[in-house]
Design a protein around this ligand. Structure first.
Ligand code: GLU
Length: 488
């Protein structure tokens, strides 16, 4: 049975790249009818960020990438842990790491290191100066048992390092990269337990993935160079390593790694701006994978059906903001007005705005906005009454055609008489005008275009009767009178 995990460190707001990692784990688990776990890797005590776990869970639940096991939200929306192989927060598993590090020490696969920060800094500086790759020089690899005990008793701080064999090839298979082989000569004797007694990520990840029965490790490409150390640890313990799947980096338009400097990267920022969670997830799914039939718009469950981990791309995926806007726009367009009204409501400052008005706004703007936060400005632009009529060009000609005065008079009269102001009735009047004045040439382009121009100053826009109904009778008549006084 497939078991995968998303194992973020709670160091800040969730990055879209992390959500993509979580999503690929989720898609793979669901496709294989397996389990998707969430584990919190909080062993780096210097980088902890308050509220990060809440932020993480919120991002996952908001986007539907919901864990089956591990850290979850309970029915009341509170953090909880669910499953038989917990705890799922690494800082609550310290005893386990102590147990397993002891095993490595006893087997001579790990060693105490008392090197001070000053010594390590000097070593690094020296290695850099002579053009070597900075790495630990094995200074403490062969200390005697007595010396170790004496120094521990004396209260000297220490770390515990992995004792990598010299000149050994380590090979593992990666679903995306194929077989990867690295010689231990290119690896460092990794610190497994830090001076504060906490394990490093590298040690905890192996112990936990094993104890939690993880079958596939799907994570970002930045972990590829660390994987041989993990694989060697599995070997030391006599455990089977999981299958590795390293996902391609997500890049900015300039093909550098996606960074904050080029705009938003936090999931919460995108959601706050009014990117729909379903659109964001759809967009992220296509950063590094595409379905066989090249479909682009997919629900989460359609993605699960189509997902094939063996088709994950090797090369970096560009985070194309224009494409995200396009995709979000597609989702907005496809929503019904009622649903869209609810989603745009929080973006309007006016708290008294009523539901019916929001539904009308939704219908007006749904073809035009890329994200929900653009709704108020878009409405303002469409309904703006502070415009001048065009002084030249096609629009000018349309407004100055011989038929315009006839049209104007008929329209003004009909609208003045209307007591039940709604799009349908307005549409009825326009149709009636066409019928009554067709012979005078008031039809087709000489009908809708000039009305739109008279009332909004522009040639194109959302449904005309709808705009008029939203503007209201008084405002339409006022605009017509201004047109009459200034232009006609
Ligand atoms: N804690 C690591 C991270 O934040 C997890 C890497 C892994 O999935 O092994 O990226």
């Amino acid at each position: 049975m497939v078991r995968v995990r998303f194992a973020p460190s709670p160091t800040g707001n969730v990055h879209v790249g992390s959500l993509r990692t979580a999503l690929y784990n989720y898609l793979f688990a669901k496709k294989q009818k397996g389990d998707f776990l969430l584990r919190l890797e909080d062993t780096d005590r210097t980088r902890l960020h308050e509220g990060a776990a809440d932020n993480l869970l919120k991002a996952l639940y908001d986007t539907g990438v919901i864990p089956d096991e591990g850290l979850v939200l309970d029915e009341d929306g509170n953090q909880a842990q669910k499953g038989d192989v917990g705890p799922y927060i690494q800082s609550e598993r310290l005893e386990l790491y102590q147990h397993y590090i002891k095993q490595l020490l006893d087997d001579g696969k790990a060693y105490y290191c008392f090197c001070t920060k000053e010594r390590l800094d000097d070593l690094r500086e020296h290695q850099k100066a002579v053009g070597e790759t900075p790495r630990y020089d094995g200074h403490c690899r062969d200390l005697s048992q007595e010396e170790i005990q004496r120094r521990i008793d004396a209260g000297e701080p220490y770390v515990i390092r992995l004792k990598l064999p010299e000149n050994k090839e380590i090979t593992f298979s990666d679903t995306v990269r194929g077989d990867v082989t690295i010689n231990t000569a290119d690896l460092d004797d990794q610190v497994l337990i830090k001076a504060d007694g906490f394990p490093t990520y590298h040690f905890a990840v192996v112990v936990d993935d094993h104890l939690m029965g993880i079958t596939h490790v799907i994570r970002g490409e930045e972990w590829l160079p660390s994987t041989p150390k993990h694989v060697y640890l599995y070997e030391c313990f006599g455990w089977d390593a999981p299958q590795y799947v390293h996902l391609p980096n997500i890049l900015n338009a300039d093909h550098k790694k996606l960074s904050k400097r080029q705009g938003d990267v936090a999931v919460g920022d995108f959601l706050d701006k009014g990117y729909l969670p379903e659109a964001l997830v759809n967009f992220l799914a296509l950063l590094g994978w595409s379905p066989e039939d090249e479909r682009e718009i997919m629900t989460l469950s359609e993605m699960v059906d189509a997902f094939d981990i063996t088709k994950v791309h090797r090369s970096g995926a560009v985070f194309d903001r224009e494409k995200l806007d396009w995709m979000n726009g597609q989702y907005i367009k496809a929503m019904d007005d009622e649903a869209l009204a609810e989603r745009i409501a929080p973006y309007f400052d006016d708290e008294n705005i009523d539901h019916d008005t929001l539904v009308q706004y939704a219908s007006l703007i749904k073809e035009r906005i890329a994200c929900l936060s653009q709704a108020p400005d878009s409405v303002k632009e469409i309904l703006n009454g502070d415009f001048d009529w065009p002084a030249e060009g096609e629009a000018y000609d349309i407004l100055h055609a011989d038929t315009v005065p006839i049209l104007y008079n008929a329209l003004y009269e009909k609208l003045t008489g209307e007591s039940d102001w709604n799009a349908e009735n307005i549409q009825g009047h326009i149709k009636a005008i066409q019928k009554e004045h067709k012979k005078e040439g008031v039809k087709g382009k000489a009908l809708y275009m000039p009305i739109r121009l008279m009332l909004t100053g522009v040639m194109h826009g959302p449904d005309l009767a709808l705009i008029m109904s939203v503007l209201g009778k008084d405002e339409c008549l006022k605009r017509l009178r201004r047109f009459h006084d200034e232009i006609l």
